[in-house]
Design a binder for this molecule. Structure first.
Ligand code: G6P
Length: 610
């Protein structure tokens, strides 16, 4: 939610801020703004409702705003509807302080009332404005004292970028429960919500921790921890290319990221397979620990949660241990049963989702050991977990996840095989077979992606359907959840996923002539059962788009309207293939409907507020 960027150096800041914001728009995109300090011009603030293009046009690509110090923001509205006034930067009454913020100031109402009581006039409905006004109220000439005093009064989550016109040689960055990184350059320094915004300018980054305050000058950065002691932050080198975060000839990031899946799978899995064995160098679980494990708790949100749904089926089958999958936003408040023998498997692409982070902290507090599956290196979840397995999907920009989902799935297969092997509960034949088949997944994925044209055709038949139902059993049901989410989030078509056997308990009443049902029937042991459900919806007039494995194709075509075939693979690995047609279908339906595929309405990729 919300992207922030800041620059201090010896060149014009505005074009750099705009470029940085263009890479952060996935975090929110209902309004944008920047504040730049120029010696002659003072603090100039330009902000507007709408996409970054509006701001870019207003400032002629940054050319009308002069100065080498500034902050920029792209917003996902929480407090106050998207409007020019509610856009950030928020500025204090005198115009001395400009603030950009990602997060929520929970006690803003109380601070606002206090400041209004002192006669201070507010111009927005945002929680952020209280920060700017409180800075001004506390200001008596010393910037650091002012910031410290102000922070003491704030409750909630915030990453802040602060500029003060009286201190043009400093840019202040503050982090509390919202991500913030520092980019270290030669003669300039940057702050940003994530590395994509700075990588064009520098690959040397450091990650702030909760409670940190950083003072950036053109020549360097000083970081103070929550006790205001000076700390040295390790500087990491980011080694992926900027092109990884660009469209590379595709119309949308989502299309590019769908096509990148075979490669992302290879990068995530192949280095961890050696001599026919799954080797997870990152992990140190002993067979004793795993045997004594009382429960595996999978905690995640959104598509990462759907990965957990697949993993439950596979891990329970492999390990014969109870696996509970829970939404992170529920975990925190459900008084979960966790012991020191519980392993919490936390799955997150961004590593910053606030609910997942909070749930992880709660699981740790209750005594669980935490294993995180994360895509973003250096993210908070990755840093706070006991153990981390990275997915090597590379930067994912489209709001709707595809390659991160696929690589998360892949890592759960590896975890299952590794644990089962450590525990001695998998027979060698099965282990060898699955490991062997993992190696074939990327090629099989490529074969499916080559069918994109067929799926585009099916999308052209169904893109006007007002409502779609995804049905499946076992792992097909789990993949249906993801297929349904993909469709609704980018095409705005109402869709639901149902365990096929549950349909008769209510939802079948919604099936009428022409309703589209997507039937996932790749899991051979339940193929017939699923087909019975398909016949039931067909007899009520539904149009059915079916998906199954090649060997079942002949049977399926007799019953459904259209069939998508996927190559045969070990049942445990089916989701990696099943999901691709679902992603392609959602993409092509959204394309036909003229939707803004990479930036769907009301959504943001990184959900850093509760
Ligand atoms: C948002 C994204 C989803 C993602 C979910 C969880 O809703 O749009 O694609 O699955 O957050 O995010 P995480 O980064 O924790 O996987």
């Amino acid at each position: 939610m919300c992207g922030i960027v800041g620059f201090i150096g010896n060149e014009e800041a505005a074009p750099i801020l705009l470029d940085g914001l263009s890479r952060l728009e996935y975090r929110g995109y209902d309004s944008t703004g920047l504040a730049v300090y120029g010696e002659a011009e003072g603090l100039q603030v330009v902000k507007a409702k709408g996409r970054l293009k509006v701001l870019s046009d207003l400032t002629q690509g940054g050319a009308t705003v002069h100065g080498a110090l500034g902050v920029g923001h792209t917003r996902w509205a929480t407090h106050g509807a998207p409007s020019d006034a509610n856009s950030h930067p928020q500025v204090s009454e005198s115009g001395r302080f400009a603030v950009v913020h990602n997060g929520i100031i929970e006690n803003y109402a109380e601070i606002k009332e206090f400041l209004q009581g002192k006669g201070i006039k507010f111009t927005s409905q945002t929680d952020t404005e209280v920060v700017a006004q409180l800075l001004e109220y506390n200001y008596h000439g010393g910037l650091l004292e002012t910031v410290n005093k102000t922070l003491q009064r704030l409750r909630g989550a915030y990453a802040l970028g602060i500029v003060c016109a009286n201190h043009p040689d400093m840019l202040i960055a503050v982090r509390q429960d919202s991500p913030l990184i520092i980019g270290h350059g030669d003669g300039f320094q940057m702050l940003a919500s994530d590395v994509t915004a700075v990588i064009k300018y520098t690959r040397e980054v450091s990650y702030l921790d909760d409670g940190d305050l950083a003072i950036l000058t053109a020549d360097g950065v000083e970081v103070l921890d929550r006790y205001r002691q000076r700390v040295e932050k390790p500087v990491s080198h980011v080694d992926w290319e900027i092109s990884a975060a660009e469209k590379g000839g595709y119309e949308h990031f989502m299309a590019k990221e769908i096509m990148e899946q075979p490669e992302a799978f290879r990068k995530t899995v192949f280095p961890r397979l050696r001599d026919g064995k799954v080797i997870l160098d990152e992990l140190t679980y002993t067979p004793e620990y795993l045997k004594n494990m009382d429960k595996l708790y999978i905690i995640a949100c959104g598509s990462s949660y759907h990965v957990g749904m697949v993993a439950k089926y596979n891990l329970e089958k492999l390990l014969r241990k109870p696996v509970e999958v829970t939404l992170a936003s529920e975990f925190r408040y459900c008084d979960p049963i966790v012991t020191e023998h519980t392993l919490a498997l936390v799955i997150s692409q961004s590593g910053e989702t606030i609910d997942t982070l909070a749930a992880m902290r709660e699981a740790k507090r209750l005594g669980a050991r935490v294993l995180a599956v994360v895509n973003v290196v250096g993210s908070t979840i990755a840093r706070e977990a006991d153990d981390v397995l990275y997915t090597w999907a590379g930067p994912e920009i489209a709001v709707a996840t595809t390659k991160a989902y696929s690589t998360q799935l892949a890592v759960t297969y590896l975890i299952g095989l590794y644990f089962a092997d450590q525990m001695g509960v998998i027979d060698k034949k099965m282990y060898d077979e699955i490991v062997g088949q993992l190696l074939q997944i990327p090629t099989k994925m490529e074969a499916i992606l080559e069918q994109s044209k067929d799926i585009q055709y099916f999308a052209s038949l169904y893109f006007n359907h007002p409502s779609v139902f995804f049905i499946g059993r076992n792992i097909d049901y789990a993949v249906g959840l993801e297929g349904s989410l993909k469709l609704k989030e980018i095409s705005y078509i109402h869709s639901e996923a149902y365990a096929a056997g549950e349909l008769k308990h209510g939802t079948i009443s919604l099936i009428e002539p022409g309703t589209l049902v997507v039937a996932l029937a790749s899991y051979a042991p339940l193929f017939e059962k699923l087909m019975s459900n398909v016949v039931e919806v067909k007899s009520r007039g539904a149009s059915v788009l079916g998906l199954t494995v090649e060997s079942k194709g002949e049977e399926m075509v007799k019953i459904v309207d259209h069939t998508i075939l996927i190559p045969e693979v070990h049942p445990m690995l089916l989701p990696s293939l099943d999901v691709l047609p679902m992603q392609l279908f959602a993409y092509h339906v959204a394309l036909q409907r003229g939707c803004d595929i990479d930036k769907p309405r009301n959504l943001a990729k990184s959900v850093t507020v509760e």
